[in-house]
Design a protein around this ligand. Structure first.
Ligand code: PEP
Length: 250
């Protein structure tokens, strides 16, 4: 059985004080959450102070990005050991905003993924199609292409432990959610593609989240889908009460 992962992606929101205040509130609200993993992927400057607060609670931390080199002349980038030193278990790799606004390529994301595995960081790899691709009916081809390119040379054992996040670009921050059936259809396809690329055990083990305007009011029906193993949550993760309702979706 796959344990669902509810991960908040705060994006470029919250100062250190705001971040600490929110995790202090959240840790009490989610302390009794059962059979679910919880993570907050916060801005890099917030992580050190957040790590002091989350301690041995059930909240894990994640970075929103990570570079593939260990150190050197890469101004403004973060290495795997840097994010681990502030308590990160996870790193989001290839969020659509990184791909679209910052021009991150599939080749770069493949290097980042391999670096995450080599450093015992669990990557949350985001894949998903644009509205034009959904309308043209090429969304299955799009995610298949991203999986092949981003996972090129990645071993099955690493895939079993990673997280995939299906995030259709047209549903991110738009308030427009994929229907549970649309999400299930393509996430099932993603799992089948992992099986084709690897094997049935790997496909069964890998956690696949849905992301795109997940809110307290729609999380339950999304989580009722058999192939959906959690959510990557932007807007609704910025407030402790709404995120705790998503974590405790049952
Ligand atoms: C995201 O940024 O990964 C996301 C899913 O955002 P939102 O929940 O706000 O749509």
């Amino acid at each position: 059985m796959r344990t669902p992962l509810m991960a908040g992606n705060w994006k470029m929101n919250k100062t250190v004080d705001e971040a600490v205040a929110m995790v202090n509130e959240l840790k009490d609200l989610v302390a009794d959450a059962e059979d679910v993993d919880v993570a907050i992927c916060a801005p890099a400057v917030d992580l050190y102070a957040m790590n002091e607060v989350v301690g041995d609670t059930n909240i894990d931390l994640g970075a929103q990005n990570m570079y593939y080199k260990e150190s050197g002349a890469y101004t403004a980038e973060l290495s795997p050991s840097m994010i681990k030193s502030v308590g990160c278990k996870y790193a989001i790799i290839g969020h659509s905003e990184r791909r679209e606004i910052f021009g991150e390529t599939d080749e770069l994301l493949n290097l980042k993924l391999k670096t995450a595995f080599a450093n015992d960081i669990v990557p949350i790899l985001c894949i998903g199609e644009k509205l034009s691709e959904r309308e043209a009916g090429t969304h299955f081809d799009r995610v298949k292409f991203q999986l092949a390119a981003n996972l090129s040379g990645v071993e099955a054992d690493d895939v079993k432990n990673m997280v995939l996040a299906y995030e259709p670009l047209w549903a991110i921050g738009t308030g427009k959610t994929a229907t549970p059936e649309q999400a299930e259809e393509i996430i099932k396809f993603i799992r089948e593609t992992v099986e084709e690329m690897y094997d049935a055990d790997t496909a069964e083990a890998v956690r696949i989240q849905y992301g795109g305007s997940v809110k307290p009011h729609n999380v339950k029906e999304i989580m009722a889908q058999p192939n959906i193993d959690g959510a990557l949550v932007g807007g609704a993760s910025l407030e402790a009460e709404s995120f705790s309702k998503i974590v405790k979706f049952k």
